[in-house]
Unconditional design. Structure first.
Ligand code: ZN
Length: 145
């Protein structure tokens, strides 16, 4: 079980701009960074990263989330794998407590948290059409929402 504090600590310590820059050439645009989206093919950048908010978002394909979601999606990592990679990179020790499956739960919380952060319009669109939304839809269904 990975503690929620550890997850928060990793998220806060990790620079999403730095992590995304390994995959995407980013240019500063105002308070954000922009680049060509790695999740869909495009010629004009619609992929934005906000260091302040620790999130990325693509206006073209609606991909979005935090640094964990970015790694999970681009390198097909599980949530614990994404955590581990960032922990290593930023020199954070992952504290484990005894029971398992909490990392997965934390991952679910993290995803829901990100989904809730999105604007309502995006939310519905993601839930309704985006592949990424499928997981959330199933989750919400299981929760009886
Ligand atoms: Zn995109």
């Amino acid at each position: 079980m990975i503690k929620q504090e550890t997850i928060t600590q990793i998220r806060d310590r990790a620079s999403i701009v730095e992590v995304v820059s390994d995959y995407v050439t980013l240019k500063k645009a105002g308070r954000n960074y922009m680049g060509l989206c790695p999740f869909h093919s495009e010629k004009t950048p619609s992929f934005t990263v906000s260091e302040e908010k620790h999130i990325f978002h693509c206006f073209g394909c609606n991909a979005g989330g935090g640094v964990f979601q970015f790694l999970m999606r681009i390198d097909q990592l599980s949530f614990p794998e994404a955590l581990e990679r960032l922990a290593k990179r930023y020199g954070i020790v992952i504290e484990q407590s005894e029971r398992g499956s909490a990392a997965r739960q934390a991952g679910e919380r993290e995803t829901l948290y990100r989904i809730k952060e999105r604007a309502a319009a995006n939310y519905e669109k993601v839930l309704a059409s985006h592949a990424e939304g499928k997981w959330a839809r199933d989750y919400l269904k299981n929760r009886g929402v």
